[in-house]
Design a protein around this ligand. Structure first.
Ligand SMILES: *Cc1c(COP(=O)(O)O)cnc(C)c1O
Length: 395
């Protein structure tokens, strides 16, 4: 049966994340037209805030697509590739596979760079396949299906100067992890509103480099995806002419969520994720949970992938948690029944919701002392002055 009130629901999934209270309030603002001057003013602020979030140059083009993160993915291939173009897709999980499938549907000749499940892409494997024929390299920064962080700065260094464009899926990273579009040399990046920013689903924030626009302008044929044609985006976002009706109420909520993120500070958010990850890992370790991704430097801080204890009733426990209004996500495909993927994006990366998980687990598993341990570790980790792990910088 559908229950219409889930005000107290605890969403610990790797997307969607709990909606930020300011975004929730902005959602119910009165309707305005998509061509209203106030909406254009709001859009301008969104574009400016997205430049900060993505680390673009001051003039870079940013916008929201009216759709989820997958539309951001599709729009990149649709606008920047033509039939017959060669594209290298780094695929070490299901979102990398999705990229490969989309690129192929737009007629690209796809070559895959793979890695074993639970391991990051090796930049040397990208270098080995890179040639002047490659029109684009595409990589998922944080692979949600396995909790793996791919080495985008290293891959970007290789791609720079090769003539290929670099497309980066920043869905689990932008707004919560270091991301320097201009500094690294990324040409196209996208995310989904409902991941690291804790806004409602339905918008895909994108950033497009000058180089990408130049490539787009040189197309022999128009993009087959009319809805997200880069020229159409510029019509609306830059020239303020009608292209399609944008979901204004989602723009209100997105604006509030992004502002809240920037006011908190991107570095403080990165630090918060790391501390929460450490607290959860240390609390659950005595029960037999262990990191699924072997190499510490390959672990994606925003999606904590934990191997389940021997004999753990994955489906049963998650169903019982759902009965207590707590949503936790298991593995996908080959990792189903093997791991949990705990979301640490946006508002999920807070001590309070994970304390509720520990309260429920202590009861369900008969794990006495779990909540006490959580409280102790949390107090210790959050009292520390320094960040728990050195944060990557632009260098
Ligand atoms: C969630 C996700 C997507 C797809 O986003 P949707 O909003 O579900 O369309 C793409 N890439 C990654 C890495 C994701 O986690």
């Amino acid at each position: 049966m559908f229950e219409d009130t889930h005000d107290e629901h605890v969403l610990l999934t790797p997307g969607p994340t709990p909606i930020h209270p300011r975004a929730q309030r902005a959602l119910i603002r009165g309707m305005l037209g998509h061509m209203d001057p106030e909406v254009f003013a709001l859009n301008r602020e969104i574009q400016q805030d997205l430049r900060v979030m993505y680390g673009t140059g001051p003039e870079a083009f940013t916008a929201l697509l009216s759709g989820t993160g997958s539309l951001g993915m599709e729009a990149g291939f649709a606008n920047l590739l033509e039939a017959g173009d060669e594209v290298l897709v780094c695929a070490n999980g299901s979102f990398g596979q999705r990229m490969a499938e989309m690129a192929a549907r737009y007629g690209a000749r796809v070559r895959l760079v793979t890695a074993p499940l639970g391991e990051a892409i090796n930049p040397a494997d990208v270098a080995a396949q890179l040639s002047e024929r490659v029109a684009m390299v595409a990589v998922v920064h944080g692979e949600t299906s396995t909790g793996v962080l791919n080495p985008v700065p290293d891959i970007a260094r290789l791609v720079r100067g090769s003539g290929a464009l670099l497309t980066v899926d920043a869905v689990t990273t932008a707004g919560m992890e270091p991301f320097f579009m201009q500094g690294w040399g990324v040409d196209y990046a996208y995310t989904g509103a409902q991941k690291c920013l804790s806004a409602p689903p339905g918008l895909a924030p994108v950033a497009i480099s000058e180089r990408a626009f130049t490539r787009f302008a040189a197309r022999r044929t128009p993009t087959p995806l009319w809805y997200c044609d880069f020229d159409g985006l510029r019509d609306y976002w830059t020239d303020h002419t009608y292209h399609h009706t944008v979901p204004v109420n989602l723009h209100f909520a997105f604006h509030a969520a992004l502002r809240a993120a920037l006011e908190e500070g991107l570095e403080r958010r990165q630090d918060r994720v790391r501390r929460m990850g450490e607290v959860i890992e240390r609390t659950l370790a005595p029960l037999g949970f262990s990191p699924y991704v072997r190499r510490a430097e390959d672990r994606l801080p925003t999606v904590l992938a934990l191997r389940l204890p021997e004999g753990f009733d994955d489906a049963g426990v998650r169903q019982a948690l759902r009965g207590r209004e707590i949503s936790v996500t298991g593995g996908l495909g080959p990792t189903a029944g093997v791991i949990w993927r705990l979301g640490l994006m946006g508002e999920a990366a807070r001590p309070a919701p994970y304390r509720q998980l520990m309260v429920a687990l202590e009861d369900l598993l008969g794990a006495r002392g779990l909540v006490t341990r959580y409280d102790e570790v949390q107090a210790e980790v959050f009292a520390r002055d320094e960040a728990p792990a050195p944060l990557p910088t632009l260098a």
